[in-house]
Design a protein around this ligand. Structure first.
Ligand SMILES: [Zn+2]
Length: 109
């Protein structure tokens, strides 16, 4: 990977991290317990509980992705970013553009 490409992916990682952190803040708020005193009707309340479950699942996924993105940042500083951890070959740039936190190439995935 050239210095220019590294730079591009460093920016991509930092933008993705910023967006993800913002959505984690939002999802944490949206996953808070629903207060029974709120003036929702019974059906609306059940819908709210269903939505809360979806938000909680998204929050868990987002937190797991955050860790993977932070790992990718560490690998970038270490100079091992974009190298498949299994076969040690370079991961195609197209895959990294779609999944900047990818650790393994498509062949190994
Ligand atoms: Zn591989």
């Amino acid at each position: 990977m050239t210095a220019k490409e590294i730079d591009k992916f460093r920016k991509l990682l930092s933008v993705t991290l910023t967006e993800l952190k913002e959505s984690i803040v939002y999802l944490t708020e949206a996953s808070k317990p629903i207060t029974p005193s709120c003036a929702l009707g019974r059906l609306t309340r059940m819908e709210a509980i269903g939505e809360k479950g979806v938000n909680e699942a998204m929050l868990l996924n987002s937190k797991a992705r955050l860790i993977r993105l932070e790992n990718a940042m560490i690998r970038m500083e270490a100079g091992t970013y974009g190298i498949c951890v299994k076969c040690k070959k370079e991961i195609p740039l197209g895959r990294l553009e779609a999944v900047p936190e990818a650790l393994i190439c498509i062949n190994c995935a």
